[in-house]
Write a protein that binds this ligand. Structure first.
Ligand code: UDP
Ligand code: UDP
Length: 480
């Protein structure tokens, strides 16, 4: 064997994976979790493309934490081309970052080609897919997508372009929105459950990205998902059998993902005054945990109703509250936000915090009895893994689709008629309080959540479906 051949053999047995993540903690955290799972084994080399400055402070903190925890991971700095934000007035800052990344994507080529050891595979985010796949193909490098939502959502993204084409071919009127989408082999998603921008096919930011990515994704080498077979058997089978889109790439359901820190950091005692310390003092399964993800701003009026509802429920609660989409801009005073007296009235019984919490760890605390959530997919899976019943109150994006899985997977309830971002209707504190009481005392939901947590544990244990899927994925990386 020549030296070159030996080098190739070594690279094949020890693949080098370059991760190209997107932005928003809901996108970064699942990347970090997969990166940690791979970094904890010895047979894969890892690089992570890093764009600074990040949109939010939480992203910057967590990126720094990742490289500190795993010094062997290579950080590949990436200089974003400037984007003129005035092109998209009023756009969500995270969506603007996705667009900026997409427009800078041609610069990923030299990064991939120039890396040493040779990059054997790229793993990217759904928001960048239509730009990254062609680049990887040209360089003859595998391209996988770490899809950060559920398998049902993946089937929707894959099917929407087919749905639009078949409508156009049949001469059916298309627009202004996508319409109800009947995903073959999965389920019918009514238009009211689709991400809001899909109601406007002329939307040049999200909707265009969504459809372009959906068209290109069939050319990926595989999809990694934070779900497991027992949770979404129908959607996973339909994707794998080519019912959604013929010849769909392999789908690796490897969830629930583990926290990227819990595997390495030793458990510290809870700091005095922290939410953890407060939970330590509460009865088992008594606390309502409330959080709406890292980038949802609920209106002030609605926040007050949530406060009133939690107060009326009578249960202890821990509420992680955000008033702006981007954390750096959140300088509101809790007292002003929640109105006179609430914080005093619930002192000791309710904790409200605006800071970043380790949600994954909090949900595993034995005092937590349910989770009132927007139903972001990471949150759903964290609840599933902790066996905490969910009350899903979707607000935007994929969250209503996720809520269908919350119900079909038996991990909680869905407040189906509660308002969605852009709908003005206020959900009253009275309604919220009643629904919280209903879920807290629902033994059927609790028993199903307990069963699902067992199935989740079985899936990731040696020999389980998720365990085997991850091995298959690593096997594919080595097959270059
Ligand atoms: N998260 C957290 N602490 C916070 C806010 C958010 O740990 O203070 C985590 C949460 O556990 C989840 C992610 O951020 O892993 C948010 O993702 P999700 O898909 O639930 O919702 P998104 O923020 O994307 O809407
Ligand atoms: N998504 C997609 N293709 C895209 C952009 C987004 O499939 O080009 C999906 C992805 O699953 C995402 C969901 O649409 O989670 C909803 O996006 P949203 O605007 O709510 O942002 P996110 O909550 O993911 O930050």
């Amino acid at each position: 064997q020549s030296l070159g051949e030996l080098g190739t053999a070594a690279a094949a047995s020890r693949p080098h994976v370059m991760f190209i993540p997107s932005s928003g903690m809901g996108h970064l955290l699942p990347f970090f979790r997969v990166i940690a799972a791979l970094a904890n084994r010895d047979d894969v080399d890892i690089s992570v493309v890093t764009v600074l400055p990040t949109v939010s402070a939480a992203e910057a903190d967590h990126l720094a934490g990742l490289f500190e925890t795993f010094p062997r991971i290579r950080r590949v700095d990436f200089q974003l081309l400037p984007l003129d934000a005035s092109e998209f007035p009023g756009a969500d800052p995270f969506l603007l970052r996705w667009e900026a990344l997409r427009r800078s994507a041609h610069l990923f080529g030299p990064l991939i080609a120039g890396a040493s050891p040779r990059v054997s595979a790229v793993v990217t985010d759904i928001t960048l897919t239509s730009h990254v796949i062609p680049i990887a193909k040209e360089l003859n490098v595998q391209c996988h997508v770490l899809f950060i939502s559920c398998a049902t959502m993946l089937s929707l993204v894959a099917y929407v372009p087919v749905h639009l084409d078949s409508k156009a071919a049949a001469g059916d009127e298309v627009g202004p929105g996508v319409g109800d989408v009947d995903i073959p082999g999965v389920r019918r998603i009514p238009e009211r459950c689709l991400p809001q921008p899909l109601l406007d096919l002329m939307n040049q930011l999200f909707t265009k990205q969504f459809i372009d990515n959906g068209r290109e994704m069939v050319h990926a080498d595989g999809f990694l998902l934070n779900t497991f077979d027992a949770l979404e058997p129908v959607a996973l089978a339909a994707l794998r059998d080519g019912k959604v889109v013929a010849g769909f790439p392999p789908v690796y359901a490897v969830g629930p993902f583990n926290s990227h820190t819990s595997t390495t950091a030793a458990k510290q005692p809870a700091a005095a005054g922290s939410p953890e310390a407060w939970l330590d003092g509460q009865p088992a399964k008594s606390v309502v945990y409330v959080a709406f993800g890292n980038r949802i701003a609920v209106s002030r009026e609605q926040l007050r109703e949530i406060g009133a509802g939690l107060e009326a429920s009578g249960y202890p609660f821990l509420w992680v509250l955000k008033t702006t989409k981007v954390d750096r801009e959140d300088d509101a005073e809790l007292g002003d936000v929640l109105g006179e007296g609430l914080l005093e009235r619930v002192r000791g019984r309710g904790v409200v915090t605006k800071g970043w919490v380790d949600q994954e760890a909090l949900l595993r605390h034995p005092s937590v009895g349910m989770f009132l959530s927007h139903g972001g997919w990471n949150s759903v899976m964290e609840a599933v893994a902790a066996g905490v019943p969910l009350l899903a109150w979707p607000r935007m994006g994929d969250q209503r689709v996720n809520a269908t899985v919350v119900v079909s997977g038996g991990v909680g309830a869905w407040a189906e008629h509660w308002s969605w971002d852009g709908e003005d209707e206020l959900v009253t504190g009275e309604e919220i309080g009643e629904k919280v009481k209903e879920v807290m005392s629902d033994e059927v939901v609790r028993a199903r959540a307990a069963r699902t947590v067992e199935e989740a544990a079985k899936a990731v244990a040696e020999g389980g479906t998720s365990y085997r899927s991850l091995e298959e994925f690593v096997g594919k990386l080595k097959a270059t």
